[in-house]
Design a protein around this ligand. Sequence first.
Ligand code: PL3
Ligand code: FE2
Ligand code: FE2
Length: 233
Amino acid sequence: MVQLQEAATLDYRSETYRDAYSRINAIVIEGELEANHNYLALATMLPEGAADLNKLARMESKHMKGFEACAQNLEVTPDKDFAVKFFTPLRENFEAAQKSGDLITCLVIQSLLIECFAIAAYNVYIPVADDFARKVTEGVVKDEYLHLNYGETWLRGHFEDPSVKEQIGVANAANLPLIWQMFKQVEADAGTLGMDPEAVLEDFMIAYSEALENVGFTNREVMRLAAQGLRSL
Ligand code: PL3
Ligand code: FE2
Ligand code: FE2
C-alpha cells in the first residue's frame, strides 16, 4: 500500500521528499535524454520525417535541462544509476528494433508508450509540484502531446497496411508489460511526492487507449491490446 502525502503537508526540503525526488527526477531526466536519442534514431530511419523528428529531439534535450534545474533548485542529486537501470529493458527493445530497421516498434515504444507515460506522470505531478518544478513541467507536458501526436499521425497514415497493424500488436505485447513493471518500481516514491500512483496508471491507460483509437483500432481491439500487455506479466 502506497502512503500518499497530502499536497498541503508536503515539505519539499525534507530528507524524505528529497530522497524520493532523487529517483523520480533522475528517471525523468534519463527518460528525456533517451527520448532525445530515440528521436535522433527515428530521424535516420524515416528520412522524410527527419526535419520534424530532429525538432522533437531538440525539444527533449530542452526538457532534460528543465528537469535538471528542478533538481538543482531543491538541492537534490539525481540517482542516475537507478534511472539507467529503470529504462534498460525498454531501451534494449528500442535498440534491437532500431538495429533490425523496425520503424513501427520504435514509434510504438517512443511516441506512444513513453510519451503516454510521461503525459500521465507529468499531469499528476503538476498539482503537487513545487512552484519552480510546476512551471517547468507545465511547459514540458504541452510538448509531449505534440510528440504523441507525431506517432499517432504517422501510424494512422499507414494503418491500412496489414503488416503495420500486426506489428503494432507485436510491439504492444512485448513492451506494455515493461511499462507496468516500471510503474511498480516507482509507485512508493511517487506517493512520497504526493502523486497518486493509481491516477498515473489510469491517466496512462486513458492516453494510450485514445492513441490506439486515433491510430485506427476499434474499441474491442484496443481492449485486447491492453489485456495482452497484462497477460505476459
Ligand atoms: C519523453 O518526452 C519523456 C520521457 C520521460 C518519461 C518518464 C516518465 C516518468 C515518470 C515517473 C513517474 C512516476 C510515477 C509513477 C507512479 C506509478
Ligand atoms: Fe520530453
Ligand atoms: Fe516527448
